[in-house]
Design a protein around this ligand. Structure first.
Ligand SMILES: Nc1ncnc2c1ncn2[C@@H]1O[C@H](COP(=O)(O)OP(=O)(O)OP(=O)(O)O)[C@@H](O)[C@H]1O
Ligand SMILES: [Mg+2]
Length: 141
């Protein structure tokens, strides 16, 4: 397990960029943290670390935003907060994305989909410690 402390959005961005540069393609990452913890802020930096050039926005309403990493691989950024039933993921054809070997999945609010996620994955947990201070833990689960 790796631990980081962030004292600002910029620091979270930098930490996320650094983590992204070390994550192998095919990784599925649960991004855990309460509302406003900084999951989407983390995702923005993470995308930069994967060479995504587009502006990353929260996929709360879309469930999924897809970004090009410029090397033929993609970043799938999910936010499952509004998902009511995992059936919906099947209907949308999203579940196969969790098993795509060449791409990376970063999933906010993954709890509802835990049964259909791959066995081996990463978990990044962001804990709010203060108005601007966050603990960021990275583990393989
Ligand atoms: N060190 C920090 N790292 C990240 N965000 C921070 C930090 N300090 C303060 N913030 C603030 O916390 C908020 C994080 O919002 P963000 O949308 O990233 O949260 P989230 O975890 O994605 O929430 P949600 O569950 O609603 O999607 C922003 O308003 C940001 O400015
Ligand atoms: Mg978010």
């Amino acid at each position: 397990m790796e631990n980081y402390i962030s004292n600002s959005v910029d620091e979270t961005d930098k930490i996320a960029r650094e983590i992204a540069s070390k994550v192998p393609k095919g990784s599925v990452i649960e991004l855990i943290g309460e509302m406003g913890a900084g999951k989407t802020a983390f995702a923005k930096g993470f995308a930069k670390g994967l060479n995504v050039k587009e502006i990353v926005t929260s996929p709360t309403f879309a469930l999924l935003n897809t970004y090009d990493c410029g090397d033929g691989s993609k970043l799938y950024h999910f936010d499952l907060y509004r998902l009511e039933d995992i059936e919906e993921l099947y209907l949308l054809g999203f579940e196969e994305l969790f098993y795509s070997k060449n791409d990376i999945c970063l999933i906010e609010w993954p709890q509802i989909a835990v049964d259909i996620l791959p066995k081996h994955k990463m978990r990044i947990t962001i804990t709010k410690q203060d108005a601007n201070r966050r603990k960021i833990e990275v583990e393989n689960i």
